[in-house]
Ligand binder design. Structure first.
Ligand code: PNW
Length: 474
């Protein structure tokens, strides 16, 4: 393939974080517990019983962190607002909580970094969970009200708004598998949560659009490429269809086509989804959006027969985790023999190209919806050298390979408008606690000292040159 390895002029380079993973200050300025504060106290739920009480102390160090972003040359920064900080107990708006985000946004604008705001990255106020959480339809309307309150405070300076980060995780991984907060294990609750999250998205896009037709509105989905081990074996092909259906199409189809995929509805018939969907919901969900964020980490190779050497899956916590897939019993994940990150996730950059092409072809290509890679990154067991450097060549390779995959998609005609590395900082990796480091900036959790890793310097060079060429020749 001929390719310049140079990025389009308007392509945005950024990095991403999420409130609970970096802020700390969990009990300050009126913030109340979110489901992650509660879940991290459940014995065996998180490795080392780590929690977000302090995390990267970003709440107090945001000025330094923005200065770091400026040093790296980031053009945009994707962060989330904590619902429990903004509306403690899901009730009255908290001026102190909103003020933190207002100061952060001012600091970003001052540094010439475009704020990219995500309203929900998994920290539901515990009080709302006590009322049923996302399995309760009412939470969707509460979410819209929360979004409008954040917009009241920041709408004059923030124009890019993402409703949800990875609703698959907030529904099936959280209410069916029990691997994430609130740790429920109910197939029905997972399906209801999935629908109510989609509804929350639709209600919020509608309400924000009415406020200001010029906002850039969107959602971020974690998507995958699911392939059958043997494309001639019907059982394997069906396994790939199920994973694709329950992971990708369950969210893409309502948003872009206003319907759930018929085969998925068949798979989950009898599991109560019909009773949850009300007339008009799908029309409400299918709002035109300006941006679809794609989070991509790895692909899946699946079969109806077990693998001889299965891949390790969830964090090795002591709680028993169920499958997140409501109707994929008998689907087995097989290793593809690719290199692994410290999460034991396979490194598969070509999957990102394929995924972007597929989403463009089947969903967004004909619409005024731009594609962004809103997360992509890798955990590695970083080693700090004697002179204090972090020589994480594996992460630099991961980053350049995936940026190359984005360029391949662009070269083939897909309009990808930006890329966010996950994550700016090492941070609280959910059920893995602080055991896994994804940052291009190292955080020493004892001193809170930040060190730009070699991968961070490499990313800065790519951004400066707007090209991968120096990386290939240096
Ligand atoms: C995403 N899975 O999480 C999140 O958006 C980030 O907050 C997170 O730190 C990052 O990816 C790295 O994990 C996921 O089990 C967590 O399939 C788990 C899964 C997918 C995404």
């Amino acid at each position: 393939m001929t390719s310049s390895r140079t990025f389009p002029r308007d392509f945005l380079f950024g990095a991403a974080t999420a409130a609970y993973q970096i802020e700390g200050a969990a009990h300050e300025d009126g913030r109340t517990d979110s489901i992650w504060d509660t879940f991290s106290r459940v014995p065996g739920a998180v490795i080392n019983a780590d929690n977000g009480d302090v995390a990267c102390d970003h709440y107090h160090r945001y000025r330094d962190d923005v200065a770091l972003m400026r040093e790296l040359g980031l053009q945009t920064y994707r962060f989330s607002t904590s619902w429990a900080r903004v509306q403690p107990d899901g009730g009255a708006f908290n001026p102190l909580g909103l003020d933190f985000y207002s100061r952060l946004v001012d600091e970003l604008i001052e540094a010439n970094i475009k704020p990219w705001l995500t309203l929900y990255h998994w920290d539901l106020p515990q009080t709302l969970e006590d009322q049923g959480g996302w399995a309760n339809r009412d939470t969707a309307e509460r979410f819209r009200d929360y979004a409008l309150g954040v917009h009241d405070a920041l709408g004059d300076r923030v124009d890019i708004w993402t409703t949800l980060n990875e609703p698959w995780c907030s529904s099936f991984l959280s209410y069916t598998a029990g691997a994430h907060a609130p740790g429920r294990q109910s197939t029905e609750a997972g399906l209801a949560a999935g629908h109510h999250l989609l509804l929350a998205h639709g209600l919020t896009v509608d309400a924000l659009r009415q406020r200001d037709p010029n906002l850039n509105l969107g959602i971020t989905l974690n998507l995958t490429v699911a392939k059958p081990v043997d494309p001639t074996h019907p059982g394997d092909v069906d396994a790939a269809r199920r994973i694709d259906g329950q992971f990708n199409r369950f969210f893409l189809d309502p948003i872009f086509r206003g319907e759930y995929p018929a085969d998925v509805l068949d798979d989950v018939a009898e599991l109560g989804l019909d009773a949850v969907i009300r007339d008009g919901d799908l029309a409400q969900i299918m709002q035109p959006i300006d941006a679809l964020g794609v989070n991509y980490y790895h692909g899946e190779l699946v079969s109806d027969r077990p693998a001889q050497h299965p891949l390790p899956g969830e964090a090795p916590t002591t709680r028993v985790i169920r499958s997140p897939f409501p109707a994929a019993d008998g689907v087995f994940h097989h290793p593809q023999g690719l290199p692994l990150t410290a999460m034991d996730w396979e490194v598969q950059p070509a999957g990102l190209t394929e995924l972007l092409q597929r989403v463009d072809r089947e969903y967004t290509g004909a619409l005024a919806t731009s594609l962004y890679v809103t997360e992509n990154g890798a955990a590695y067991d970083d080693v700090v050298t004697d002179d204090g450097r972090v020589a994480d060549l594996d992460r630099t390779d991961f980053l350049t390979a995936h940026l190359g995959a984005v360029l391949d998609a662009i070269d083939s005609g897909v309009d990808v408008k930006g890329y966010f590395y996950w994550s700016l900082l090492d941070n609280y990796e959910w059920a893995w606690g602080y055991a896994k480091r994804f940052g291009i900036v190292r955080v020493d959790y004892r001193t809170q000292q930040r060190t730009v890793k070699d991968s961070g310097h490499a990313y800065a060079a790519i951004i400066r040159n707007r090209s991968l060429v120096p990386m290939l020749t240096e």
